[in-house]
Ligand binder design. Structure first.
Ligand SMILES: *[C@@H]1O[C@H](CO)[C@@H](O)[C@H](O)[C@H]1NC(C)=O
Ligand SMILES: [Fe+2]
Length: 446
């Protein structure tokens, strides 16, 4: 047996070792005893190749600083150009921008050419028509508004199963401006072709509204003895970290209308001496609550969670960063990771606090691992609504003082609004500590 064959055998063995186990049988339970839950669905078998190899594939867009959008796509043709032509009428491209491209290799896999092109300045609340690489089909997107109201669709732990498909269908029925994804996109782990099929699956949505994502554990390539990191994620889902002064694609912030949104990295260092901590502090110190009265934080691993799944995993990050975020006055804190929905009250330091953020766990996009059915009993006082079902969230920020959050259960292909709550901004309830010296000190200390 040659060296090559031996290596292939070892690789196959490692692939087998690190393959996720199929989830066990699902028993209906959780909080809503009367609701009989459907079984998990299989991973979709998706075509990963388009008709013509030179056509753009896996097109998705993301906000890239004020009035700019980053267009990302993959091309099989290495000579195709990283150019986007665009305009406000179909087929009439009055502007164009040039960008960058890169390939990556992982074990035996070589990616297509991954293109990133930033376009703008763009008008707000405007439909743009665009074409990637100077050829192929026309796409269109709508830019978010510059003022309230603004609507976000929210869901984590998407994966690519039959449930993912129906969750995406429900999201597409909602009238939203920006999609927020708190980690676990493709469930590729190290299996790179799953990034390609995920890109194809989400293209209809992600090419028409900005998708803003942060990393989860399934973004990480993890095979023992091999390079581990976020190689595919960073190459394919480039977020506007440079635009906000972050040095890592794993954490960044951006603004939409009057909302400042911080995407934290659960899988990046977060202690007081870390780059992420230093960046977060700088970002919070720059906040202007007159301009952006709402402050949102998203990350993968929840800090408050009454589900059995992933209990306590967010503890050390919470210990490091919660005081800082509390001092800044975070309105809403959204996590994924736990495959269930849970809405908490306003909390800080482990208990109820009217000036703490309202926490939400929404890792229920429809991934292959199924749902997390078991919750702690009795229910903690800070847990308001919890249910192990797939679904998605919608957050409409109505104005500087009011927002409405709703959760839509994916009830066997029907979207059913199952939880809804009005939220007042901390700016309107006298909780912004900016001018209180003890909190100012936490934010401004070196
Ligand atoms: C914000 O919206 C809420 C709900 O529609 C409304 O009751 C409130 O008066 C509005 N506030 C302002 C300042 O417009
Ligand atoms: Fe996760």
């Amino acid at each position: 047996m040659g060296l090559r064959a031996t290596r292939a055998t070892i690789l196959l063995f490692l692939f087998f070792l690190s393959s996720p186990l199929p989830s066990s049988t699902v028993i209906a339970g959780g909080s809503g005893e009367d609701y009989v839950r459907p079984l998990p669905r299989k991973t979709l078998s998706l075509p990963s190749k388009p008709k013509r190899s030179s056509d753009p594939q896996q097109v998705h867009i993301s906000l890239a600083g004020t009035q700019h959008m980053r267009i990302t796509w993959v091309s099989d043709d290495e000579f195709s150009r990283s150019i986007v032509e665009y305009g406000t009428s179909p087929g009439e491209y009055t502007s164009s921008s040039q960008g960058e491209s890169a390939f990556y290799k992982y074990l035996l896999y070589s990616s297509g050419k991954i293109n990133h092109v930033v376009i703008g300045p763009l008008e707000s609340s405007t439909t743009y028509f665009y074409r990637c690489g100077g050829q192929g089909p026309e796409f269109q997107f709508m830019t978010p508004p510059s003022e309230f109201p603004v609507t976000f669709s929210v869901v984590g732990d998407l994966g690519q199963t039959g449930w993912t498909k129906s969750t995406l269908d429900h999201i597409s029925q909602c009238k939203y401006d920006v999609h927020l994804l708190p980690g676990d996109l493709s469930y590729a782990d190290y299996q790179q072709h799953l990034w390609d099929s995920f890109g194809a699956l989400v293209q209809p949505l992600a090419s028409s509204r900005p998708w803003m994502v942060t990393e989860g554990n399934h973004e990480k390539e993890s095979i023992v003895f091999f390079k581990s990191g976020f190689q595919a994620y960073n190459a394919r889902w480039k977020m506007p970290y440079e635009e906000c002064g972050s040095t890592s694609n794993l954490y960044y912030s951006f603004e939409v209308a009057g909302v400042h949104i911080i995407m934290l990295g659960s899988y990046s260092d977060y202690d007081e001496n870390s780059d992420q901590y230093a960046w977060l502090k700088t970002d919070l110190a720059r906040l202007d609550r007159e301009r952006t009265p709402w402050l949102l934080v998203l990350l993968h691993v929840p800090w408050y969670n009454s589900n059995w799944a992933h209990q306590g995993e967010g503890k050390s990050m919470m210990a490091a960063m919660e005081p800082l975020l509390y001092a800044a006055g975070v309105d809403i804190f959204i996590a994924g990771h736990v495959h269930a929905y849970e809405r908490m009250d306003r909390v800080y330091n482990g208990g109820l606090d009217p000036c703490g953020p309202l926490h939400i766990t929404i890792g229920d996009g429809g991934n292959r691992e199924g749902l997390a059915h078991r919750f702690n009993h009795p229910k903690p006082e800070w847990s308001v609504y919890r249910e192990a079902s797939f679904g998605h969230g919608e957050l409409k920020i109505v104005n500087s003082t009011h927002a409405i959050w709703s959760w839509h259960r994916n009830d066997d292909d029907e979207s059913v609004k199952s939880d809804e709550v009005w939220i007042n901004s901390l700016a309107s309830t006298g909780c912004i500590h900016e001018n209180r010296p003890e909190y100012r000190k936490i934010l401004m200390s070196p």
